[in-house]
Design a protein around this ligand. Structure first.
Ligand code: PMP
Length: 325
């Protein structure tokens, strides 16, 4: 018989799929690592499980405890799977910018969801960062996962995601492109790939309204770069400890409109029903094309599934309202 002991055994080993039409103008072989194949439909299952296991080993998360996290949904889903299987409570603190589907999905897997305003400073007591911290201090036997600063996040990608990409490309990968939020994915994968071959170029996809690109290029944390934006999951108004700026070769910013339009194009032209940040990443591959040669192997990572965006990106009325169509 072939079966897993529980759903957590199905995390990882996601497929690599060639992009054909959408990246026609890009030199080289463009391959997408499709993370919606994880049981929680996003890459975040990987790091959520690793954070929980490491917290258990360190004695920070104890039997019957409560996991608290600030999450836009995907990390919450990953934590929920681990919480269900291992018998923990879960409280997810998120912002009012997130799609309703993401919040309903978290509730479906038994999480309690607390919603905070988006447009406040990270230090504001109402921010989702501050609220998650406060709740974890108030509740007995609670553990704050803190995906931004918890190094188990990037370790998950150093131990699993990076090696998978290396093996699937038989070590032929030349460029890795991925959206950056907490920085866990890019930093973990980049460390593994650069240890194997330091010539591999690592490109981070950023949003307009985020601090990453300017900070990487100038070392300046410029508050004028911060303003509200639409793209979900990438870009930040803080510098998470999980972003290792020195192993990233460059950041590329993609507009909210291009991210949305390319997300839809992926579904229509490639049959890949992916999330909002995936459209940003694929658009980023096209914007970066002058860096690639015809024999290069370019891997772009697609973080999550389109199912979490049916009320937004995949909804014509919403797209028209945003002036994206
Ligand atoms: N895309 C989506 C949809 C996400 O939820 C996240 C996580 N915030 C990212 C991209 C960025 O990944 P990371 O946090 O590993 O940088």
């Amino acid at each position: 018989m072939q079966y897993h002991e529980n759903i957590l055994g199905t995390i990882g080993d996601t497929p690599l799929v060639k992009l054909n039409k959408i990246t026609e103008e890009v030199p080289g072989l463009v391959l997408a690592k499709i993370e919606s194949f994880n049981p929680g439909n996003s890459i975040k299952d990987r790091m959520a499980l690793k954070m929980v296991e490491d917290a258990e080993t360190a004695g920070k998360l104890k039997k019957g405890g409560t996991i608290v996290e600030g999450t836009s949904g995907n990390t919450g889903m990953g934590l929920a799977l681990a919480a269900r299987v291992k018998g923990y409570q879960l409280i997810c603190v998120t912002t009012d910018k997130q799609s309703k589907e993401k919040i309903d999905v978290l509730k479906a897997v038994g999480a309690k969801v607390v919603i905070c305003p988006t447009n406040v400073d990270p230090d504001d007591p109402k921010s989702y960062y501050s609220t998650a911290k406060r709740i974890s201090n108030e509740i007995p036997n609670a553990w704050y996962a803190d995906q931004y600063n918890n190094f188990s996040n990037k370790a998950a990608h150093y131990e699993k995601t990076g090696p998978e990409i290396w093996k699937q490309t038989s070590g032929k990968i030349n460029h890795f492109i991925v959206g950056v939020g907490t920085g866990g994915t890019i930093s973990g994968v980049a460390k593994f790939l650069k240890e194997k071959n330091k010539k591999i170029k690592i490109w981070g996809i950023d949003t307009f309204g985020s601090v990453f690109k300017k900070y990487h290029e100038t070392g300046i944390f410029d508050e004028n770069e911060i303003y509200p934006y639409i793209t979900e999951g990438i870009g930040e108004d803080i510098l998470p400890k999980n972003v290792n700026f020195d192993i990233i070769d460059g950041f590329e910013k993609v507009t909210d409109k291009d991210a949305a339009v390319y997300t839809r194009k992926m579904a229509r032209e490639e049959g890949i029903f992916a999330g909002n940040s995936c459209g940003a990443a694929v658009r980023g591959v096209i914007q970066l094309k002058k860096h690639f040669k015809k024999d290069d192997v370019v891997v772009v990572l697609l973080h999550d599934s389109g199912s979490r965006y049916v009320g937004k990106i995949y909804n014509d009325e919403w797209m028209k309202k945003m002036n994206f169509l």
